[in-house]
Every structure is written in C-alpha cells, then in structure tokens.
Design a protein around this ligand. Sequence first.
Ligand code: G3P
Ligand code: MG
Length: 246
Amino acid sequence: MTLQDHRVPRIICHRGASGYAPENTLAAMRKAAELGGRWVEFDAKLTGDNHAILFHDDDLDRTTDGHGKVAATDWETIRRLDAGSWFGGAFHGEPVPTLSETIAELARLGLGANVEIKPCPGREEETGHMVAALLREEWPDSLPAPLLSSFSAVSLAAARRVAPGLPRAFLVSRIPADWRDRVRDLDCGAIHTSHRHLTADLVADLKEAGLAVRVYTVNDRALGGALFAWGVDGVFTDFADRLLAM
Ligand code: G3P
Ligand code: MG
C-alpha cells in the first residue's frame, strides 16, 4: 500500500519563507511560521565529513561567504560561514543549520516538512541513507511525519531502505513518459514537479493514478489559482503570504 500523506497542506514554504529570509536557514523557518505557513520544504545534503545540513547548491559561493564544494568542506568550516548577508544585512551572521537543529526548531514552531534530499554529485546513496536515518531517529512525534522527496532515485531508494515508513514523493522537473513505472518502483504516493511543463491533462492522469500532485515554485496568485483549478494538491512558494491570502 503506497503511503499517502493527507496532512500536507496546499501551501508549502519553499526553502522556508525564502522570499523574506535567506533560504534554508532557521530564520527562514521562523518567518514561514510567522506568515502562517504550516509546512516548509528544505534541501538536505552532507558536508564532506558527513554532517547533514540544509543547503541547496553544490557550491558554497552563492548563499554564503565561503567558497568551493560543499562535498569537499567539513562541518567545522561550514558552521562558521555567514549564510545570511548575501540576502540582506538584517541576516548578517545567520548560520547554515544542521538537519538536527532544524528538526528541533520545527518542533518548537509546530511546522511540518517536506525534506528534499539533495545529494552532492556522487553522494546519492549515503545522503539518502543518512538523512532518512537521522529523520527516523530524531523526528518528533508531535509533528506529522516528514515527506521525503528527491530528484535522485538512488537517494530515494536508499531512504526507503532505512525508513520505509516515511512517505515519499517522486520529484522531477518535467513528468517523464514512464512516470507510472518510476513512481511504482519507489512506491511514491505523490509527484512534485515544476509548473513549467505541466498541463491540465497531465494533472488529470496523475490524479487518476491516485497520486498527490504538488508544484514548484509558485509565487504568483493567478498561477496558483489556475493550478488548483486543474486539481493540483499543493504548491511550493517563496512568498507564502501571497498564496495563503487566496
Ligand atoms: O522540492 C521542490 C523544489 O524545491 C525543487 O527544486 O531546486 O528549488 O530544490 P529546488
Ligand atoms: Mg528544494
């Protein structure tokens, strides 16, 4: 029986409230709660010495004052970086959070989460394994179970082996022709995809197959309205207040 999660709300704060605070930081999680968000999405990967952190890119340069590959940098170095100033002076010194720190903050805030496993190239297996193991150990009973997703089928399969009881979403930038096989192979109850190539007919097919359909990144109210009219179950947004006001 495929795991479905009917507790996931329609509006999910993408990388936290990343329109208002630096993405994938605790400040972004707090802002999401402040805006009235109930769930956040964030990206989880491993440092060079296997600490699970929240981070989107393979490189440190865009969102911190550090340089080089995340996969080649240890936690002792990453934890000293400023992951806030690139976004705005008010966030100077905001650190890169560990997954453990984030879980504790989400528990405090009462926020559910879609944990996107975002492995650095070549680290798909261990990232899926370690992120799922940490969630299995540390996720609090007070929150709805986290929803796992990944562009990497290898990571999702590894996560499934470690934590088969956690719901999974198949994540693709464009729905592939063989989506039925791929969703079945990973026993996913949902598909997460970009709005760019999605059509009303595709949404109807996905829904007909019993899948929840969630769409990124939707920052425009009219686009959100059109997607919900097609039967989409949820959207990821950087600006939760715009969509929550619908
Ligand atoms: O999980 C949905 C979305 O976050 C996937 O794309 O690049 O923003 O992580 P990206
Ligand atoms: Mg993501």
